[in-house]
Write a protein that binds this ligand. Structure first.
Ligand code: FES
Length: 91
């Protein structure tokens, strides 16, 4: 495995759709988006950017600027993605 440059690592963390990755002490500015965007990540989550109100089973509404829904069924924070999809599956 090759070592990644620090720039590549920062970019990977900044663009992490589920926000499961972070760098201690660094907070990235959310992009200003005027439209809601929905992205399906191959082998990963469904990501909504630009604001979404999620209603849970208790009829509580929670607004998320960006929210990632797990599609792999392995998240420990289901229905939200926690980045587990990127880890190797246990055999
Ligand atoms: S899609 Fe990310 S943990 Fe399931």
């Amino acid at each position: 495995m090759d070592a990644a440059s620090s720039e590549a690592i920062v970019g990977l963390v900044r663009d992490c759709p589920s926000k499961a990755l972070s760098i201690k002490g660094v907070k990235f500015k959310e992009e200003d988006r005027s439209e809601t965007q929905v992205n399906l990540i191959h082998g990963g989550p469904l990501i909504i950017r630009g604001g979404a109100t999620v209603t849970n089973r208790n009829k509580e509404e929670v607004f998320h600027e960006t929210v990632s829904f797990c599609r792999c069924g392995r998240s420990n924070k289901f229905p939200y993605c926690d980045g587990t999809h990127a880890q190797p599956k246990a055999k």
